[in-house]
Design a protein around this ligand. Sequence first.
Ligand code: KIV
Ligand code: ZN
Length: 388
Amino acid sequence: MSTDRLVIFDTTLRDGEQSPGASMTKAEKIRIAKMLEKMRVDVIEAGFAIASQGDFESVKAVAEAVKDSTVCSLARAADADIDRAGEALAPAAAGRIHTFIATSPIHMKYKLQMQPDQVIERAVRSVKRARNLVADVEFSLEDASRSEHEFMCRIIEAVIDAGASTINLPDTVGYGEPLEYGLMFSRLIAAVPNADKAIFSTHCHNDLGLAVANSLSAVRHGARQVECTINGLGERAGNASLEEIVMAMRTRKDVLNLDTRIDATHIVPTSRLVASVTGFPVQPNKAIVGANAFAHESGIHQDGVLKHRETYEIMRAEDVGWHSNKLVLGKHSGRAAVKSRFEELGISFETQEVFNEAFVRFKTLADKKHEIFDEDLQALVSDVRESL
Ligand code: KIV
Ligand code: ZN
């Protein structure tokens, strides 16, 4: 079931919340879910209904509040989990049960203490049970990137026959390497006889800092759903970040060749909301949503951007919800940027000599201060005028 569109599945409210210290109240989850809906996220994973009474109520409340995105609950491959997820999703306009079981030898042997055939039996039973409750069932092979190809072929074929329409192959422990992880998709899609009846999905953790690269590689090799979180929030080092995936898809459409439905202008406000609700600040140099993501300080870059933005900008700040790009005035700034900021402040210079003196004083001040603000420039220019 390959499409020419990429499904964006946001799991900020489930895997993101599994980040130690990031738990959210029901009201906070509803606010974030409404922002994700406005952003036109396709699927919102609202929680893990059986995990606690609070999680159950949050999934239910999100299912009631959201109408334009599919609302999803996680469930282990166990009857009670699936029934609880189905109950929480009952009010949803479009509900999805996302059930999973581990498929790697290490997880089956030590964690599940189950034989591979028992794992397949449990997976099939769970998918069938979920299909009796909702029309849309996703199945995840937990720790897929450390699972064996032959075994994955068997379980995927069986769960698709049982009614799963999305097959997720998570890099649960962030172990994948982009080419190897991508090839896992193309090889499985080619080998599983009924693969065309499902959408294959990627879900990457960032333990080696490769979550976004691995996700994009999976897309290049046939994945048509990406699971991700706002600000890359998530277990341990986090999940693939939604904003990076969406903007990579858009900015490099020439090579990735798929559209998403996302309205990217809501990215920055949603990032801010998630940061304030969780208390996890966004690092200044974080791609897309960091305070410096569209800021230029060096004179050469500022001069280039003033002449033509695309000299140093591959995206427009306004397209992801920033007010504008930013030329930061500091010790690396050059004459062009300083002059342009003076002009924006309505300050013009009667002679070149006055500007030259102002620029010398600007550099002296910039050596003492990290950033020069508009008030500094205003004070500096009055000093120059008085002294000449
Ligand atoms: O990382 C993982 O394997 C998960 C699954 C439950 C999808 O979060
Ligand atoms: Zn995960």
